[in-house]
Design a protein. Sequence first.
Length: 231
Amino acid sequence: MKIALVGYGKMGQMIEKVAISRGHSIVARLTSTHWDPKALLEADIGIEFTNPESVIKNIQMIAKLKKNVIIGTTGWNNNLDSVQSIVKENKIGALHSPNFSIGINLLLEILAHTSKIMNGFADYDVAGIDYHHSQKKDSPSGTALQIERTIKENMERIDQVPFSSIRCGSIPGTHTILFDSPCDTISITHEARNREGFAMGAVQAAEWLQGKQGLYTFADCMKEIIQRKMA
């Protein structure tokens, strides 16, 4: 698979390392100082990790070239309808996620089940904390918002999940969910050690998206991964 990296920061560089280790090639690296959309022509797919201010423009650019796209940038979900229209109009495949970590997506599966159980235990409140590096712009994180949606979908008595956000140093990403009662606390935590887990998920998503059209989330890809692992 020939991959174009749209954004070549720390995540883009880690994606390059993982992609090459899985037998793929990097044919373009677009950055703010080296921006050449024509370099995308040779690619099979674009993997976009930039910033909320640029992401919609970048998706449009990739879609017009009829290339599929993995969207790793967060903070743009208010424009989801626009992205759906872009994908449909250009007949491409696109997959987005606030977090491409396999572990985080397993955590979401665990939380969906746990929240159904906790719905019947009214003494327990629920809250969350997300920790990230000091350069992360969105707060709460896109992953925290996805965690909240997962809990609310499965815990009917909860209207919202309050999240505290901590931005400090070089933390790649930690999310803790607390179920707290007067007697005890149940805490569930996912802690990323580095960016490699996110990069591996993004590359696996790109592999999965080959030959597909329409707008997907990483949850669609994860369903197949989980089924394969449990077979």
